[in-house]
Design a binder for this molecule. Sequence first.
Ligand SMILES: [Zn+2]
Ligand SMILES: [Zn+2]
Length: 359
Amino acid sequence: MSARALALVVAIILACAAALALAVHDSAFDLWAFDRMAAYSLAQPVPKLARSNELAVLLVGTGSPLPDRTRAGPCTLIAAGERLFVIDSGIASSRNLLLWRVPLNHVAAILLTHFHSDHIAELGELRLQTWVAGRKSPLPVYGPPGVDEVVDGFNRAYAFDASYRTAHHGAVMLPPGAVALVPHPVVIGTTPTATVLRSNGLVITAIRVHHDPAKPAYGYRFDFGGRSVTVSGDTAPDMDLARAAIGSDVLVHEALSPQLVAILRDEMLAHGRARAAKIMGDIPAYHTSPTDAARIANIAKVHLLVFTHIIPMLPNFIAERAFLVGVGDVRKRGVVLGHDGMIFRLPAGSNAIVRDQLD
Ligand SMILES: [Zn+2]
Ligand SMILES: [Zn+2]
């Protein structure tokens, strides 16, 4: 049977089942149907983010502080074999991780790029969900100096919650000694980079970027299995970042379209939204345009540039096209507009970049 015919048969069966459900409207039927749905859902395998020698990057949240129905707040996950590293924790990013059944007990550390609210919003939720998933020891959180204050605040804010859950489910299930986040300030001196971690073939490097007055702000580079990914964090166009990303396979770079933001600002003013318009006028200075990010990707000679932290919101393909205006003139190929759930796998010993989508 052809795929088309099979799809038609499945559609007919589903339509008949729906009609039957409406016609019968029987509680026993509804419970049976719910059981079948639960069984189907729970039979789905946990996604394998990366093989043991593989580096992978998953776009968990590609949005910004601006509300976007299809994009969670900033969050990027790096898988180095079994070990998972979460960079930033924006609004709704934990929900994406849970919906995709990412094995959160394998999160080895969190890395914060800076302390704007959109990047730390769900630190408490990530603390909780990794613990509920089976994390057995405190979780390191790396970040610029100041990370200790941020992390201590979340630990304090979520202390009651953790105590209730241990009391409810038991200390074997949720050991109180494991729940805490542990801050690790990363100091970058006179050079633009510093090593964060060197462990079992993985090297993580922090890169100082420029996002004043959020200072210092970092990007991060991951090297594993001969492959490399660099994540920009929030930054104005930054040559230190370009240099630090040289040799990376993938550059995940933030991007703000000045043209689209200017249009939004003008329309906000025209519609009496002066406060929002003022913010729109202020933000381009400390972000990077898509064309400038393309220039940085070219300088770094990366194979793939992936846009994230998309500003403004892009509600349809026409807006997406407008966002990318001019990028093709700077960089002919190797550009992807990021969406939540995109994953790029980088197998060791090859130049391949294998793209997939979690949903
Ligand atoms: Zn920021
Ligand atoms: Zn941001």
